[in-house]
Design a protein around this ligand. Sequence first.
Ligand SMILES: Nc1nc2c(c(=O)[nH]1)N[C@H]1C(S)=C(S)[C@@H](COP(=O)(O)OP(=O)(O)OC[C@H]3O[C@@H](n4cnc5c(=O)[nH]c(N)nc54)[C@H](O)[C@@H]3O)O[C@H]1N2
Ligand SMILES: Nc1nc2c(c(=O)[nH]1)N[C@H]1C(S)=C(S)[C@@H](COP(=O)(O)OP(=O)(O)OC[C@H]3O[C@@H](n4cnc5c(=O)[nH]c(N)nc54)[C@H](O)[C@@H]3O)O[C@H]1N2
Ligand SMILES: [Mo]
Length: 710
Amino acid sequence: MCHSRCRVAVHSENGHLVTIEEDRSDPRVDSIFPPTRACLRLRGAKEWMYHPNRVNFPLRRAGEKGEGKWERISWEQALGEIAQRLSEIKQRYGAESLVSTIGTGRTRTEYQARFLNLFGTPNIMGQAKICFTPQIQSCALMFGRAHRHRMNLTLEKGASGEPFTKCVLLVGINPRESTLRLWKSVLNGKKIGVKIIVLDPRRTPAAELADIWLQLRPGTDTALLMSMINVVIEEGLYDKEFVEKWCYGFDKLAERAKEYPPERVAEITWVPADKIREAARMYANNRPATSVHGMGSEHLQNCIEAILARLSLASITGNIDILGGNILAESPVDPEKLSGMDMKPDTWNKALGDFPLLNLAHPIASHAGWRAVLTEEPYPVKAVLVHGCNTIVPHENARSHVYQAIMKLDFISVMDQFMTPTAELADIVMPNNTPFERDEIHCVPFKAFAQPFVLAAPRVIDSLWESRSDAEVFIDLCHRLGLDYGANTVTELLDNILLESAVGMSFEEFKERGWYSLPLSWRKYEQGLLAADGALGFNTRSHGIELYSKYLEELGLDPMPVPREPPESPVSSPELAKSYPLVLTTGLRSPVFFHSQYRQLGWLREIHPEPVVRIHPATASKFGIKDGDWVFIESPRGRCQQRAMLTIGIDPRVIMAEHGWWFPEKPAPEHGVWDSNINLLTDSEPPHDPGLGSSPVRSLLCRIYKAGEE
Ligand SMILES: Nc1nc2c(c(=O)[nH]1)N[C@H]1C(S)=C(S)[C@@H](COP(=O)(O)OP(=O)(O)OC[C@H]3O[C@@H](n4cnc5c(=O)[nH]c(N)nc54)[C@H](O)[C@@H]3O)O[C@H]1N2
Ligand SMILES: Nc1nc2c(c(=O)[nH]1)N[C@H]1C(S)=C(S)[C@@H](COP(=O)(O)OP(=O)(O)OC[C@H]3O[C@@H](n4cnc5c(=O)[nH]c(N)nc54)[C@H](O)[C@@H]3O)O[C@H]1N2
Ligand SMILES: [Mo]
């Protein structure tokens, strides 16, 4: 019910799902995938599957677009019509005039990419630009390979009785809500004396546990991390031998870091200088240290810098690819086999948006796709296939950009389990089954973001009503369009992928085994296991860790992290700040929701019934707001309402609002999507991260007032 890939056991009886529980069946796997207790979302699984409002049959729009009138049709009609519309549009405008949206990974992304490749369009569109792709690409730039924290392993006691990892740096991540397995490891680590440093503007559960909590101003992560680098270098706390042998560009980085002494950075970030020093010393003196970041530092227009700064800090302290540090990842499955990513260069050259670091394996930026619909530049986009994305909720500038674009399209189909406000705007809606009703394997489909394991997730019951999986739809569409998908059934597809991978068995066999993992290894750079040519070192141009990126330099981008103010902030736009005096950050994860999902499940909704905006009591009293009041939050682009929660856990100059809100119980077709949707306030326009197209949804300006008093 999310993309965490937790390990649980699911039971059925007579074709009905009955229980979901901790999986204790195979102790051999426990150190690789510790069994997880069913999370709150999983406790809503039965209600989700058997919900009376699930979309059970294909539907065709019967009235005007967005009017909410539908007629039931057969799958034959639905897929026949989609195939026909797509061929017409391809003939008239070219294959690239088809765009497909993906949401965050839900195991189907790769099947969609394969279809689009075959159809001839490079335009798979999503939020990857602000979700993990910045991390994937930063790692690729510095190491030529992704790193993954393996804290479940490294926070356990080693043979000597000591934990492998001595210090954990958490940058803009709130694992208790978003990443349960990591949270479990952090709790374990705390018990055995691992030092914890947290960078977060909010007093999160992790900040509560932390030895040092750095409460920074949103959007200033790069400055803070550069200052930690400054201290580590100035005080000689870095790993000289490792730097000399394996890092490229240290002197240049040192020179840049000199510009960010703690006293100067204290003014930028609001974090006292002595705390910055203390954190830098704690991180450097407790080795091995591992670090991880979340969306706090990716949802920024300068996200690549923040991540490069974190990775630079990890590199100069010698914490790369060692047990207890940041381990470089490998994947048992060739991701190109999974997605069929053998796109022709002339197709790829047509990809929308000019962001050189969103490469082949990654989707185009959502705003680039929607802009092409609205402006028909650089070419017209006429059709959109929506799979796994409630687009008018998670995408920036939801109404004047995304909604307007959808209304202008010649054709849009949506596949979902529910009639979301996005599905309500479709020409054709297809009923999607849930993961309990389909055969799947779970692995991470991107080369630079590999995880060493594959999990089997066989179906527990047959698909309910007429629902189908996304993979089935893409295989069928290929047949109708005369394209060779490479498999006629989902089982055949999974067999092909598994047999060609290190797993080496059919899905039938694999599902009995349940999992496969490569053994972990470290210090691969000393063994010639990373560079493509087998040389010692890393898979980069210099064969070193590129603290100074030759590739960024070639692209005309800054080769090293440089702190840049968010485009909208009290510092960069003081005039605007006079009427929008508060810093707004958006998107805290809720344990009962996955983005815009599950709000129709009473079982979960009772726990989190309404959208909440966190406000400091001093700020609230200044604006005449009491705890529990509905307040308008307004930016220069729009406004929405959320309920005030007063907390001293944030700075009085900052407020934090939730994303993902619509109200399935409010009348169709809008379902209240314009009431509390924070993406009415975010911006789809430049400046974006020049390499990735990222937008600053964590750092904007806003004002607030009590609803009814505007
Ligand atoms: N239950 C649940 N789990 C999820 C999801 C979900 O919707 N529900 N979504 C999944 C997805 S797709 C993602 S991407 C992950 C995200 O996982 P996280 O990154 O943990 O997500 P958030 O809680 O949104 O943000 C993390 C922290 O960033 C802080 N923050 C805000 N602004 C800034 C800033 O400028 N700098 C820094 N350093 N911190 C800042 C916030 O206070 C928050 O505590 O969660 C995944 N897990
Ligand atoms: N302001 C702001 N905006 C944000 C964020 C933020 O923090 N702040 N977070 C961003 C991030 S990190 C992310 S990842 C995105 C998330 O954005 P999305 O992943 O697009 O999330 P949802 O809007 O929940 O859309 C998912 C839809 O897919 C449906 N669905 C679930 N499983 C399947 C499936 O297997 N197949 C199909 N066809 N449909 C399925 C669900 O019912 C739901 O309607 O949002 C981004 N937007
Ligand atoms: Mo995400």
